[in-house]
Design a protein around this ligand. Structure first.
Ligand code: ADP
Ligand code: MG
Length: 704
């Protein structure tokens, strides 16, 4: 009936078509599908197979290789029950080219009867090596009558990510139906990339790519698919990277539509501040500060990331920004990931800013009730001009009089979700402020493009002058005595030492215990030295007391857990011992080592390892020995561990991707970025479509 009006289901866009419009989907199944992020028929199309199986041909048994999944067909030669350590059914089949042993640990009598000698079987399973024969354990199988002709599959079989209660076969059926809808009505799926862009970047049309990936024909190479190299995948990878990039760009545009106070710094005060410093700023610090001051003077919110290796002097840059905000009559807040770091910053900023009459207030989660109330009052009245604290700063009860700038130090410890949710919180309360984000984790440029597309980036690419690279050695536990002797020598010369204890257990209390045992042992072994101890279980007063005794030089040897990893600064300490160094990741080792080599004296780092090193641990320790450059180390880390780990939520918070792999596909980023800008300018209506398609419900960072 060519003239009949199309049914509603045929005209509705696929992203508005409910799952329940599909055959066999009721409310119960719909709910299960929702659990894995599937809400519309279109979502099914973008729910891509994890892997594929080749059931398109029957393989001769003689050509099977261990590890592959294959369809075979043959005659049963013998079926028997074996009563070894475990009772099992063994079934030998052959096809003239070879033989195969099928093992079943769970089987019924009926099954055993059906697998009688002489019967013809078609099986699908993974080929394993056995003692005499190749084997399959619990293959899928089907008995075939003597003259019966059973077809093989025409396309590779997709395996979908699924959820409890939704079978692979169900997923396949639903996807099949979704594809039918697409075929019936191609216009129901938006092709967001115009022909010109597709040609430029050699991308397949969307519908075609989707069809191929759900139903790759038998001639498609499984290994190309496995490596993400197939053009159909490339099209979707490109789109996914684009969607993520655009979502961050959109956040940025949304933020920049808000107004923020234009903060004019007062050059005279800034001069006074600089003159009081015992050193001159590096060119890199000066440049980055200029970039920040320029941003702050605009009436749109600054969103700037400062990257600088450990020890490059980010704190001063933060101080410059805070001072500008305060001079313009606003409050500045500095958020850091640990209490120890917040205490240290409190101290530094007091030294720097109090002489200029700036009131610095510390807000710690651990303040006593009265002190906390006083701090909160000062923050609310505006008397507090610079507020320093951990994420406790952004709890509900804290209300700022006139916050103009938020600085987040060591942001890689927070993750992107916290960063973005903080920003959203500010915006939703009509408090859009300037943001300065600082991190010591250098990541390669193409990755930074994805992770930080919502930010402007400044790099402090220069260390203060006179820094001598830390000399690093790797030593087995058996030579601990030599290390102790070295500690004594260093302390006798008036320098100080960090001794870092690590444990593989995540348990904080075990770590603390290990550190305090070590401190006791070291104190016994080195009676003429002052040994101090810090770990996460100490009360803030205790921690602060030990740290300040270490700073003043009263304590010679500071035993610590990895709590000192971030930001602690004691220039007179120039030897660091790290125990069980093989258990730490590269970036953590680099951060730890960054605590020494700050005073211009030659400094050393001793990495002690225990037992036999794995290949990975050996490479990590070698990387530490060979380089002091955070960028080189980050690159090495990426190669060793892959981006999932390095850029995990903890590091930068790159959201989980479905088909793209941020490291494998990083070469696409420059084109992605180009295309994103083009879409934003020339085809803005496609942007929300793309973002929603790929990020869907995840777009609300605030909820994470
Ligand atoms: P980061 O936070 O980047 O790891 P810090 O801000 O803690 O580094 O600075 C490390 C050390 O270098 C501190 O002791 C700081 O006082 C010192 N420092 C910072 N800038 C300079 C400079 N321009 N010249 C000399 N020393 C500096
Ligand atoms: Mg720092």
């Amino acid at each position: 009936m060519p003239d009949s009006t199309p049914s509603a289901a045929q005209t509705t866009a696929l992203n508005e078509l409910a799952l329940t419009s599909l055959r066999g989907v009721g409310p119960a199944l719909e709910q299960k599908l929702n659990r894995i992020g599937l809400y519309s028929v279109q979502d099914l199309l973008f729910h891509l197979p994890l892997r594929y199986q080749d059931r398109t041909r029957i393989q001769p048994m003689g050509s099977l290789r261990v590890g592959e999944q294959a369809v075979v067909e043959g005659l049963i030669e013998l079926t028997e029950i074996s009563f070894g350590r475990r009772r099992m059914l063994l079934c030998y089949i052959s096809d003239g080219t070879g033989a195969l042993l099928l093992r079943f640990f769970h089987f019924s009598n009926a099954q055993k009867e059906a697998l009688a000698r002489g019967a013809r079987l078609r099986c699908f399973g993974e080929v394993r090596a056995g003692k005499k024969h190749l084997e399959m354990t619990h293959p899928e199988y089907k008995r075939i009558g003597a003259d019966e002709v059973v077809d093989v599959e025409e396309t590779l079989t997709p395996l979908y990510p699924t959820t409890e209660g939704v079978h692979q076969l169900k997923m396949r059926d639903l996807t099949q139906q979704a594809l039918q809808r697409l075929v019936q009505n191609p216009a129901a799926l938006d092709e967001c990339l115009p022909q010109a862009i597709r040609t430029q970047h050699q991308l397949l049309p969307l519908a075609e790519a989707i069809k191929v990936l759900h139903h790759p024909t038998a001639d498609v190479s499984i290994s190309a698919l496995q490596q993400g190299q197939h053009p159909a995948q490339q099209r979707l990878i490109f789109e996914e990277l684009l969607a993520h990039y655009l979502s961050l760009r959109q956040l940025r545009i949304k933020m920049q539509a808000h107004k923020a106070p234009a903060l004019q710094s007062q050059p005279a005060r800034w001069q006074a501040f600089q003159q009081a410093l015992p050193f001159a700023l590096t060119t890199a610090q000066q440049r980055v500060i200029d970039e920040i001051l320029r941003d702050l003077s605009q009436a749109i919110p600054m969103m700037r990331l400062v990257q600088g290796d450990v020890g490059s002097g980010k704190t001063i840059v933060a101080a410059a920004a805070a001072l500008a905000a305060i001079d313009a009559g606003y409050q500045a807040a500095l958020m850091v990931p640990t209490e120890i770091l917040s205490e240290q910053h409190l101290h530094n900023f007091q030294v720097w800013l109090q002489p200029l009459g700036v009131e610095v207030v510390w807000l710690s989660g651990k303040l006593k009730t009265l002190a906390r109330r006083q701090a909160l009052e000062k923050i609310a009245s505006g008397q507090a001009q610079l507020i320093i604290g951990t994420h406790a700063l952004f709890q509900e009860q804290v209300s700022f009089a006139n916050l103009g700038l938020i600085i987040i130090d060591e942001q890689h410890r927070f993750g992107v979700h916290q960063r973005l949710s903080l920003r959203e919180k500010g915006a939703s309360e009509g408090r859009v402020v300037h943001q300065l984000i600082m991190t010591a984790t250098p990541i390669p440029r193409t990755l930074a493009m994805t992770a930080y597309a919502d930010l402007d980036v400044s790099v402090i690419d220069e260390l203060p002058p006179g820094r001598i690279p830390v000399n690093t050695v790797v030593i087995p536990q058996s030579r601990r005595d030599e290390v102790m002797q070295r500690v004594i020598n260093v302390c006798r010369q008036g320098s100080q030492v960090y001794w870092v204890c690590t444990l593989i257990e995540e348990s904080e209390s075990l770590q603390c215990q290990a550190a305090s045992d070590t401190a006791t042992l070291l104190q016994q072994a080195l009676p003429d030295l002052q040994v101090g101890l810090v770990h996460g279980r100490l009360k803030p007063e205790q921690k602060e007391a030990v740290m300040s005794r270490f700073k003043t030089g009263e304590v010679d040897l500071l035993v610590a857990t990895t709590v000192i990893e971030v930001g602690v600064d004691v220039p007179n300490a120039n030897l660091m011992i790290i125990e069980n160094a093989e258990r730490l990741g590269l970036s953590q080792l680099h951060q730890l080592r960054g605590r020494v080599g700050r005073g211009g004296d030659e400094s050393n780092c001793v990495l002690i390892y225990q037992g036999k090193l794995s290949q990975m641990a050996r490479s990590r320790l070698a990387a530490m020995r060979d380089s002091n450059d955070g960028f080189v180390i980050a690159q090495r880390d990426l190669e060793l561990r892959g981006p999932g780990e390095v850029l995990g939520t903890r590091q930068t918070g790159v959201v989980q991707m479905r088909i793209a792999d941020i490291l494998r596909d990083q070469a696409l980023m420059p084109s992605v970025q180009l295309t994103a800008e083009q879409l934003l300018h020339e085809y803005p209506h496609t942007v929300p479509v793309l973002v929603h398609r790929w990020l869907g419900q995840n777009i609300q960072y605030g909820k994470v």
